[in-house]
Design a protein around this ligand. Structure first.
Ligand SMILES: [Zn+2]
Length: 303
């Protein structure tokens, strides 16, 4: 009888561990992006909305680069709003805070702030282009204080990756008339993004002793539009849940900016750097153009 109880208890622990593998929210940067050689901007937005709806994902955040908003872009942002999704500030012109005077950078933020004021599905989050927070401690503090004065919270990511590079390789192949093996490319994409998720989650478990509520960085690009359903399925098949960005930003790691100048690989990497982990150990091998080029070559996705 006692043995039976122990076995039941063990089963309970195993099942619970499997159920609570991880939580992750989706965010898409640089919206609304231009037409590409693969699809028009409108087609891209519609594909992303359909993928999110079919995957039963109720909310995501689109970080908007406001200089991209033309008449067609405006319609796409309205479509996201009507579909129940939110938008947030990613500056007006997408310039790096590391290469501008802090005041000049804040003017760029403010320009986007004024444009986004007209939308009613805006959330007060700010994401730095290139995840560049400023080139010095003084610059970082000035920008952080100015953002809070404007009412912004930090729209950090916990999982960085090079989805933008896979997207640009796809567009280059399409433009040069190559045949694209979409199924193979989908498998490569899912495996690369998933290995990034695992990498930063393992790092978090070492630094925080727990798995935080994660925020995945993707872009509003063709690879998101094409491969989102497969990516979502893979994440869920591994026992993870998809949560809203608003919920993800309630994690205690949202409360304090890590005390480091190293922010460009996301918040987990910044926390690990603050705790003394060396920079070379804070980036997954797939966050590298040469690595991805040889992976694309080996997989024979473009012919
Ligand atoms: Zn961006």
């Amino acid at each position: 009888m006692i043995l039976k109880k122990h076995i039941l208890f063990l089963c309970f622990i195993l099942i619970t561990e499997n159920v609570f593998s991880g939580e992750i929210a989706f965010t898409f940067d640089d919206a609304p992006t231009n037409n590409s050689s693969v699809m028009s901007g409108t087609e891209r937005s519609e594909a992303i909305i359909t993928a999110l709806k079919q995957s039963k994902i109720n909310d995501v955040l689109f970080f908007v680069t406001s200089k991209n908003i033309n008449a067609e872009g405006r319609k796409r942002l309205d479509r996201y709003a009507k579909s129940g999704f939110h938008i947030a500030n990613h500056t007006h012109s997408h310039r790096s805070a590391n290469q501008m005077a802090p005041r000049e950078f804040m003017l760029d933020v403010y320009q986007a702030h004024l444009v986004l004021k007209e939308y009613d599905n805006v959330l007060p989050y700010f994401r730095f282009p290139y995840l560049h927070y400023g080139s010095s401690e003084v610059a970082i503090s000035f920008i952080q204080e100015s953002l809070s004065e404007l009412g912004y919270r930090n729209g950090y990511v916990t999982i960085d990756n090079f989805d933008w590079y896979i997207n640009s390789a796809l567009n280059k192949a399409k433009k040069s008339g190559k045949k694209i093996e979409y199924k193979k490319l989908e498998q490569l994409y899912v495996s690369v993004i998933w290995s990034g998720i695992k990498f930063y989650d393992d790092l978090a478990k070492k630094v925080l002793n727990r798995s935080p509520k994660h925020i995945l960085l993707l872009h509003e690009n063709d690879t998101s539009a094409l491969f989102l359903p497969a990516l979502v399925k893979h994440i869920r098949d591994n026992g993870w849940s998809i949560i809203s960005p608003q919920e993800a930003y309630t994690d205690p790691i949202a409360n304090k900016l890590p005390n480091t100048l190293f922010h460009k690989q996301g918040r987990i990497a910044a926390l690990a750097h603050e705790a003394g982990v060396k920079v070379e150990n804070l980036r997954h091998p797939s966050e590298n153009e040469k690595y991805l080029d040889s992976l694309l070559e080996q997989s024979g996705v473009f012919k």
